[in-house]
Structure formats: structure tokens, C-alpha cells
Design a protein around this ligand. Structure first.
Ligand code: ADP
Length: 274
């Protein structure tokens, strides 16, 4: 009888421990959701007056101003843009934590998507005198199935960083598509001839708010959130994002992204309908 009681107590304790863990997990989820809701409200409240600041700065720059006054207005505009970036990044991370980020995979032209992001970054590269090249190393299927908006966001982050942390030389984007057992995989490398990342910092660049050098913040600006958002998004998409870098000579970020076959040509959904 004693043994039965002991065993029963054990089971009860084990159960209650599991329940505690589940409750803790649920509380964490609730916490993440509450935080995401709070940040969504906050960011809305901040964005509205910020639109006023940006709008008025735009209007001011359309009026006759001295060179000095124009510089002040430019600072207002770039500070407002920096603040909006921070707000958006923090909001995005909290939405990722609360599992509120949903993917919207569609059929799209991978090469056109990659070329578009390169075109978008080109003015930034040109203004620093950097070469920016896009190379395709294999054949690229005309249509692929993935979340093209998220892919753009990740590429803009990687290309933007490559241009930001490179003073002279070039930024290369290389695209190839491999056939794996599970389907097509896009392999995208963003390589630069920039400042590189110190060996002891390389493991940490994907962590939130991590910046490889303390004075990098002042020299280059940024929040240290872009790469952690990119890596989490890539994870959601079933891919991987890694980096290889040599201090003083450059960095190479490699993105592997699984691509489903296009729905139009006979994806699973289509087959099931038939
Ligand atoms: P941010 O660029 O806003 O600081 P990220 O999360 O995009 O934040 O990058 C984190 C850090 O990783 C950067 O601050 C920088 O120190 C380092 N880093 C990222 N990309 C590069 C690159 N191409 N070359 C050198 N360092 C980089």
C-alpha cells in the first residue's frame, strides 16, 4: 500500500511539474503576445506624430532655405527615418516572438526578384563608389514558390549591410539553384570587400542588438536587429543563413532557401484538386 501511495505521489508530482512547465510556456506565449500587442499600439502612436514630423520637414525643404537650414532639415528627415526603422524592427521581432509572422508563399520569378533588390541598392553602392554585381551561376527556374516579400526583405538587409560596411571595392550577389532530394534550393551569396567581422564576434552577429564593434555603431549607425530578424525569417522559411568573414578583407553571407515547385505547374494542392 505504501509503495502505491509513493508511486501515485510521484506521478502526481511529475504531472504537476509538467503542468507547471506547460503553464510557464503558456505564460511566456501570453507574455510575448501581450508584448507584441503593446508594441503594435505604441508603434502606431509614435508613427502618427512622426508622419507629422516627416511631412513638415518635406514641406520645409520645399521653401527657400539657406544651405545651413537645408542641412538641419536633412538631419530631421534622416533622424525620423532612423527612428521609424528602429520601431519597425522592434515590432517585427516581437511579432516573431509571438508567432504572429505569417508567410505568404506565392509563385514568382526568382531572378526578377533578386535583380529588383540589386537595383534598389544600386544608388547606395554608387554613391560610395562601390561596384555592385549580380551573377547567376546556374540555370534559374522561371517560377518558384516561396514568400517573395520576405526574401526581398532579407536580401535588402544583407545587401544594405554589405554596402554599409564596405569603403571600397565591390559587393557581389551570386545566385544559384540546386536540385536537392526535397526539391529546388536557392543559394544566394552576398559577398563584400569591406571591413570584415572579428573572429570572436562572428558567432554573435545574428543575436539581437549585437554589433561587431562598439565604435561601429557611431561610425555606421544601425540597430543590430536586422540580421537577427533575417535569420529568424529564414528559419521560418525552412532555410539557413550563415556567414564567413575575414577581418579587414570582407564578409560573405550565404542564404539557402528551399523552394517549393510552383503551384501553377502542378504543386501538391493542384494535384489534390484533380
Ligand atoms: P546593424 O547593421 O543595424 O548594426 P545587423 O543585425 O544588420 O545590424 O548587423 C549586426 C552587426 O553585424 C553589424 O553591426 C556589424 O557589426 C556586423 N555586420 C553585418 N553585416 C556586415 C558586413 N557585411 N560586414 C561587416 N560587418 C557586418
Amino acid at each position: 500500500v505504501e509503495m502505491t501511495v509513493a508511486v501515485e505521489r510521484d506521478i502526481t508530482q511529475a504531472k504537476s511539474h509538467e503542468q507547471e512547465l506547460a503553464a510557464a510556456r503558456e505564460a511566456a506565449e501570453d507574455g510575448a503576445r501581450a508584448k507584441a500587442d503593446f508594441l503594435a499600439t505604441m508603434s502606431h502612436e509614435i508613427r502618427t506624430p512622426m508622419n507629422g514630423v516627416v511631412g513638415m520637414a518635406e514641406l520645409l525643404s520645399g521653401t527657400p532655405l539657406t544651405k545651413e537650414q537645408n542641412e538641419y532639415v536633412d538631419t530631421i528627415k534622416s533622424s525620423a527615418a532612423a527612428l521609424l526603422t528602429i520601431i519597425n524592427d522592434v515590432l517585427e521581432l516581437s511579432r516573431l516572438d509571438a508567432h504572429k509572422v505569417e508567410l505568404h508563399p506565392v509563385d514568382f520569378d526568382l531572378l526578377a526578384c533578386v535583380s529588383d533588390t540589386v537595383r534598389l541598392i544600386r544608388p547606395q553602392a554608387n554613391s560610395k563608389g562601390l561596384r555592385l554585381s549580380l551573377e547567376t551561376l546556374t540555370e534559374v527556374p522561371e517560377l518558384v514558390h516561396a514568400d517573395d516579400g520576405r526574401l526581398r526583405q532579407i536580401l535588402i538587409n544583407l545587401l544594405g549591410n554589405a554596402v554599409k560596411f564596405t569603403e571600397n571595392g565591390a559587393v557581389y550577389l551570386r545566385l544559384s539553384v540546386e536540385q536537392a532530394a526535397s526539391g529546388h534550393v536557392a543559394i544566394i551569396e552576398v559577398e563584400d570587400t569591406g571591413i570584415g567581422i572579428p573572429a570572436d564576434k562572428i558567432e554573435h552577429v545574428f543575436e539581437r542588438f549585437s554589433q561587431a564593434e562598439a565604435n561601429t555603431t557611431r561610425t555606421y549607425g544601425g540597430t543590430g536587429l536586422g540580421l537577427s530578424i533575417s535569420r529568424e525569417l529564414v528559419g521560418l522559411m525552412g532555410g539557413s543563413l550563415t556567414v564567413d568573414s575575414t577581418l579587414g578583407s570582407g564578409s560573405c553571407f550565404s542564404l539557402r532557401l528551399p523552394l517549393a515547385p510552383p503551384m501553377q505547374i502542378g504543386g501538391t494542392d493542384q494535384q489534390m484538386k484533380i
